[in-house]
Design a protein around this ligand. Structure first.
Ligand code: F6R
Length: 589
């Protein structure tokens, strides 16, 4: 998804802009660009594809004492990923970067076209800079405010203009934007990562805030100037580096053991589950739970349903947020509305949260990014403590989501599974001999007409997640199915070129799942079984530990499905961290 950076008053703005955009790469993008103000001119450089293409072009430009700039990574929404559509967009004397969507851009464009103003891109963003220049009559802030009054939709905007070159104008509504500073320099970014190491404190803009920066921050809400609420920024960037692994995804798979320890620290205690963020009264009068989320987070929610209904005896419905938000759902006040999101910025999930609040429901977020839009909106938040997740395919965030839901199920049901939780963390330490075996096995799974991942109970959502992981990064078609559902249609696809990954729990419905595998084997499907108990009929087998709790099996199988997806994708020659067409944080619907 698009990323924004900006800076002023800094010795080498180009360096910050490029480094900052690199920090945002993990969000996914298809083109990028920067606009730099120097003593000569406003210089705009753009490129399609990876940031190294932009870097190459930037190297060829001579800047004369540059002093400010704005930058952008674009994930195409309006118009194809071309250089013309890449940001910054320029007018005659100004440039703009924008995240979000200007809903009434066509209307504004038509109005400006009638005035003889020309457009060169297919984007909604270009109207911002053109409208700004149209309204400019000697006072840039006044013109900028008129633009904000006229545009509808969601945005984070940075604008620079040669008319007032020592300023950057900014505004936020619906898309994230942060303004940060150290003693003398001011920076912008759409998330924390680019700011770390440059700034020491940050103001997370609220919707409706706007203003400009010169050597100070002039922040407004409505017509009133307000004081920024600065918070300290973290100072350690190391955790966001690859640390010797081939891909961030690999590092993040290996990190899960530490991350889960962090996630459960002070929460999973010998005396039961404790959440500092919650009090039992918060759950008074709650008879139902709705969980709303997208993608991987939705799969975690499905696991949560099994766990909460089983351990706490509270009815749970799990909803895909993009469906729920338009469905006019029946929301009753005895329902706790839970949203799950790694990024905290997923537009669909955020909208359902707003909808639930409007209906008067209590809301709880399970989220990885503090100060994100979802965290700010929810009544209560349990932070996932997964650290920055850079791989576009979510791994460690999923692990923490499931673990948090497991703890929540125990918290609500007054259950104590202290030892089982610790055991589940233990099995996420990657066994390098299993990883080696998966590397070897992966070469057998590169062709074929698709994969089925099958499982029952909590292993069904894990099957869905295993299939999603594989298709996201290998681009091979994969589906997750409840094992018992195969005979109702999907088994028609079974032949030697259909690969089945069977999640065979020893603790839940072993015999039934085994029969489902047999049915597939009888129709000649190629089968990889993951279980603690070897079954003769399978083509391939990966053994997990013999344990008594299904959730311990769950976490060990999770690691194996993640590694399998990654090794298949690596053999296919794909960029595992930045799969095609995907974005890390989906801030548009
Ligand atoms: C898949 C993946 C996505 C996200 C989904 C929701 O690997 O990462 O399916 O889970 O886009 O994102 P969040 O959790 O940030 O709301």
């Amino acid at each position: 998804m698009c990323g924004i950076v900006g800076c002023i008053g800094i010795n080498d703005p180009v360096k910050y802009l490029i480094e900052g955009l690199k920090e945002l790469e993990y969000r996914g993008y298809d083109s990028s660009g920067i606009a730099v103000m120097d003593e000569e001119d406003l210089k705009i450089i753009k490129a399609v594809g990876k940031l190294k293409n932009l870097e190459e072009k930037v190297k060829k430009i001579k800047f004369k004492n540059p002093f400010s700039g704005i930058g952008h990574t674009r994930w195409a929404t309006h118009g194809k990923p071309t250089e013309l559509n890449a940001h910054p967009h320029k007018g005659h004397f100004s440039a703009v970067v924008h995240n979000g969507i200007i809903e009434n851009y066509q209307e504004i464009k038509n109005k400006l076209l009638k005035e003889g103003i020309e457009f060169i891109s297919q984007t909604d963003t270009e109207v911002i800079v053109k409208l700004f220049e149209y309204y400019y009559e000697g006072d840039a802030f006044k013109a900028f405010k008129r633009v904000l009054d006229e545009i509808d939709g969601a945005y984070a905007i940075l604008l620079i203009t040669k008319k007032e070159p020592k300023k950057i104008f900014f505004a936020k509504k619906g898309s994230p934007l942060i303004v940060a500073k150290n003693d003398k320099e001011i920076f912008f970014a759409s998330s924390d990562a680019p700011l770390i190491g440059y700034a020491n404190s940050a103001h997370y803009l609220e919707d409706g805030e706007f203003g400009w920066v010169d050597d100070e921050i002039h922040l407004f809400n409505d017509e009133k100037e307000i004081i920024p609420a600065f918070k300290p920024l973290p100072s350690n960037k190391e955790s966001a580096k690859k640390g010797g692994f081939r891909f961030y995804m690999e590092k993040e798979i290996y990190e899960q053991f530490d991350v889960l320890k962090e996630n459960t620290l002070g929460r999973n205690t010998k005396d039961g589950i404790k959440f500092d963020e919650l009090d039992k009264e918060f759950f008074d009068d709650i008879n139902n739970i709705i969980i709303s989320a997208c993608g991987t987070s939705y799969h975690a929610g499905l696991v949560g349903k099994y766990l909460i209904e089983r351990n706490a005896k509270i009815r749970v419905d799990v909803e895909v947020a993009s469906e729920l938000r338009y469905r006019d759902p029946l929301l009753s006040k005895d329902t706790l509305f839970v949203v799950i999101s790694q990024s905290g910025e997923t537009a669909d999930t955020l909208e359902t949260l707003k909808m639930a609040k409007k209906a008067g429901l209590k809301t709880l977020a399970l989220c990885n990014v503090d100060n994100s839009s979802i965290v700010r909106e929810a009544d209560r938040t349990i932070l996932l403590r997964a650290g920055i997740e850079k791989g576009v395919a979510s791994t460690k965030a999923f692990a923490t989501q499931v673990m948090t839901l497991w703890m929540l199920a125990n918290y609500l049901g007054d259950k104590n599974e202290y030892d089982a939780i610790n055991e589940a963390i233990e099995v996420t330490k990657v066994d390098t001999s299993i990883h080696e075996k998966i590397k070897r096995l992966s070469k057998r799974y590169l062709h074929g007409h698709g994969f089925f991942f099958i499982g029952r109970d909590i292993f069904y959502p894990l099957a869905l997640e295993g299939a999603l992981k594989l298709k996201e990064i290998s681009y091979i078609h994969a589906e997750g199915y409840p094992a018992g559902e195969m005979k109702h249609g999907p088994i028609a696809l079974a032949d030697p070129e259909l690969f089945v990954v069977a999640l065979l729990s020893k603790n839940i419905l072993f015999e039934k799942t085994k029969s489902n595998i047999e049915e597939l084997v009888a129709r000649d499907a190629t089968t990889l079984t993951i279980s603690s108990e070897y079954i003769e009929m399978t083509d391939d087998f990966i053994k997990i530990s013999e344990v008594n709790h299904p959730m311990v099996e769950f976490f060990e199988m999770m690691i194996i499905t993640q590694l399998l997806a990654m090794e298949v994708a690596i053999r296919m020659g794909n960029d595992v961290d930045m799969p095609r067409n995907l974005a890390k944080s989906v801030t548009v619907e």
